[in-house]
Design a protein around this ligand. Sequence first.
Ligand code: SAM
Length: 195
Amino acid sequence: MNNYTKSKNENTQPKMAPELRKYIKLLNGKEVLDLGVGKGYNSVLLSNFGFNVTGVDISNESLKYIEENFDCANLTLINKDVREFEIEKNKYDLILSSNVLHFMPKEDFLKIIKKIKENLKEDGLIYISVFSKEDPSSKLNKDFKENTCISYFSKEEILDIFSDFTTILISDEYSLDLGHGKPHYHGMIKYIGKK
Ligand SMILES: C[S@@+](CC[C@H](N)C(=O)[O-])C[C@H]1O[C@@H](n2cnc3c(N)ncnc32)[C@H](O)[C@@H]1O
């Protein structure tokens, strides 16, 4: 496995969450669902590693970006709100959602997690990363919060939500993000668990 894929553009090599890359060897099968696929940073590489990936995103521009920049034979893209996406039962070995599920009220977050837990294959893995309560945006003014609807999580809360799963990784990071725009900080909780 290498870090590079058939990119149609020299400047658009996809990246992949290192902790996800480390633990994909635990998967027993090849079916992956990426909720909020974005520009495909995880899904493009997973599909190039031979996984059959379904990527869902509410933004048609993001899906177009993937189609225009990458050759991915086994990546299926679906333009839909993840809250309305029906997850096929016992199909997926890995369901991931990276930097997405905090962009909604907690009530919606909990409904999606319930749906993932019910439909993930037995022994399947879940990977999520969400904003922690330490994320600097949590301290912004009331107008920002009302207009953006971001939910913030603690490590304990995530562990409690997944108390019926086996924890493989839980991390609570505060770090400088150099990935987009001006360098800025984020507080993130990352979780990998096994059903
Ligand atoms: C910060 S990006 C993360 C993309 C990708 N998962 C990654 O880690 O690089 C957030 C993505 O979530 C998508 N998104 C946000 N809310 C969504 C929703 N309710 N349903 C589907 N996609 C959503 C956005 O369109 C965007 O592509």
